[in-house]
Design a protein around this ligand. Sequence first.
Ligand code: TZP
Length: 220
Amino acid sequence: MHFDPATLSIYLVTDTQQCVASGRTVTDTVQQAAHQGVTLVQIRDKEASARDFLAMTLEIAKVMPKHIPLLINDRVDIFLAAQLAKANVAGMHIGQTELPATTVRQLIGPHAILGVSAASEETLLEAQNSQVVDYVGIGPLHDTQTKKNAPAGRGFEAMAQLRSYTHLPAVAIGGITASDLPPLRAAGFNGAAVVSAICKAPDPGAAAHALAQQWRTTAG
Ligand code: TZP
């Protein structure tokens, strides 16, 4: 199981409502951002039916550059169905209330990427000790409207503390914009996950480009 932590640097999580409210489909948004510096895409939709989620996944997989991993949020059924359809899906990201990581790993196989959300010393160490997790997502950095019932933003100091509990590659999430990238990188994060910074942007390609440039020009 080899996972390159640089894959996490500019991590796009999709939000269907935000994309549509901004006048474009999720697929268009992903296509524009993926050609301008995004290094990983996670499809996340808490409202879509299984059928719509699968259709969206197959459509997005078709327009993704081959070298950028496409992950599915929480829905093992969609990941397996997309694989059956021979779509180019690379793995999954799962939250704390989903199936245990060891179970998901058995379902998705040894080569798929597996990320988990974790936001306490205990859950971070659990992810690390499971030996089946490729990276952890830690957040929220700032308050966010994008995720229902998200806790309040933790701020940089708490995020850095959480990051220090694990050797696993780690991506930060929650209200992140370009100016957050230098302090996140300084705190040892391998990347930043964004939703609204790209999905709500007037030009998703330009937004992705600006984030990628900021990340690159920040000393690691
Ligand atoms: N998990 C923790 S915060 C969050 C998720 C999915 C939403 C982040 O969205 P935004 O728009 O970048 O604040």
